[in-house]
Design a protein around this ligand. Structure first.
Ligand SMILES: [Zn+2]
Ligand SMILES: [Zn+2]
Length: 372
């Protein structure tokens, strides 16, 4: 029979607290995660602690009673395996050993709006974007400690970042890990923080970033720039930067999917007699043919002069809606000429046309009543 006191390295009259401390010290040293190859020793320590930490079992053991087997199913390791699993979190909800948390964490993604004009949206361009973001602190290189100092190992959790607590429950002993309050779970403490960043390892900084705006973007499109977001705490990797495109309204052209639209106003006489007018587009001056008798609302299509299709090289069309302007502020002579025209066209008392559809329907009804 092994000497459990010797195994834990304590005196026979050791207090429960001394036994617990001795066990923890050994468990830390022999834990298979820390020190592989000592499983047998670790088991022995665990068994010794199991017995000596329980007043009844300890008394039994001290009296030389049924010995180490008691409480473990008569000497086999059935009982022990429960403890073993519990300790490693094998069967009890994963309350095993944890790693200290890293101060380095990935930075947040950032989203900024970028205003561009319509021409940039149509053809694409490189825009310089000013962003205010978190960058690695140049004073401490991101580790948060004042230069020349470094983070100290936490004295409470000895660098593990968590405090283990053994509790007895109806299901047996359970080991729970609690985040160490002394170090916030990092395992180390920054006792002398960098004065530039206050220990965060990051500072806010403004920088200019040239951004390629692809041809064909439209309002609300987001462009992802991987790794251009905020740098993480403790010098961690940066997040991504998203640019949300805002296209500024253009005084002449509007976007309609891949097409561009605009209105072109022509005098009534030009629409009646026919003409050609010039339209300044993003692709230079275009001549718009007004054929004689053109009606207001006619849409002229200029193929390929619309917006570039995103991720394609082809382009939509320019759709020009022609508006015929009614002459106003007539002088006496103009009025007389128009009256002569009205007379010549038999339009002095014109019959108003109530839409093309209704007119044909009414004429059909009339034709029916007339028996035709
Ligand atoms: Zn710093
Ligand atoms: Zn700690």
């Amino acid at each position: 029979m092994s000497d459990h006191y010797a195994t834990l390295g304590v005196d026979r009259d050791a207090t429960p607290d001394e036994i617990k401390k001795a066990y923890r010290r050994l468990a830390r040293k022999l834990h298979p995660d820390v020190n592989p190859g000592h499983e047998a020793e670790f088991k022995e320590v665990a068994v010794a602690y199991e017995i000596l930490s329980d007043p009844n079992k300890r008394q039994n053991y001290d009296l030389g009673g049924s010995g180490s087997g008691q409480g473990f199913g008569g000497g086999d390791f059935g009982g022990f395996s429960d403890l073993f699993e519990t300790f490693f979190g094998g069967g009890m909800g994963g309350a095993g050993r944890t790693q200290p948390a890293s101060r380095q964490r990935r930075g947040k993604d950032a989203l900024i709006e970028v205003e561009i004009d319509l021409e940039t949206a149509v053809f694409g361009d490189t825009e310089t974007v000013e962003i205010v973001t978190a960058e690695v602190c140049g004073t401490c290189d991101g580790d948060g400690a004042r230069p020349g100092t470094s983070a100290e190992t936490c004295s409470l959790c000895h660098g593990t970042g968590s405090i283990q607590q053994m509790t007895r429950t109806l299901l047996g002993q359970m080991v729970t890990n609690q985040t160490c309050n002394n170090c916030g779970g990092y395992g180390t403490r920054i006792t002398d923080p960098c004065t530039s960043c206050g220990g965060d390892g990051r500072v806010r900084a403004e920088r200019s970033l040239p951004v390629r705006i692809p041809a064909g973007v439209s309002d609300g499109v987001r462009i992802k720039l991987a790794g251009q977001g905020e740098v993480g705490p403790g010098g961690g990797p940066p997040g991504d930067l998203y640019l949300e495109i805002r296209v500024i309204d253009h005084p002449v052209f509007t976007r309609d999917g891949d097409h561009l639209r605009c209105m072109l106003t022509v005098p009534m006489t030009a629409a009646a007699l026919g003409s050609a007018v010039q339209l300044e587009t993003f692709d230079g001056v275009q001549t718009i043919e007004i054929e004689p008798g053109l009606q207001s609302g006619t849409v002229k299509r200029l193929p390929g002069l619309g917006a570039t299709r995103l991720r394609h090289s082809s382009r939509g069309d320019m759709l020009v809606t022609v508006v015929v302007q009614t002459p106003n502020k007539l002088d006496a002579r103009q009025r007389e000429l128009l009256e002569q025209l009205a007379e010549a066209r038999d339009e002095v008392e014109p019959e108003a046309i109530v839409g093309e559809q209704s007119k044909s329907r009414f004429s059909r009804i009339r034709e029916r009543f007339a028996g035709r």
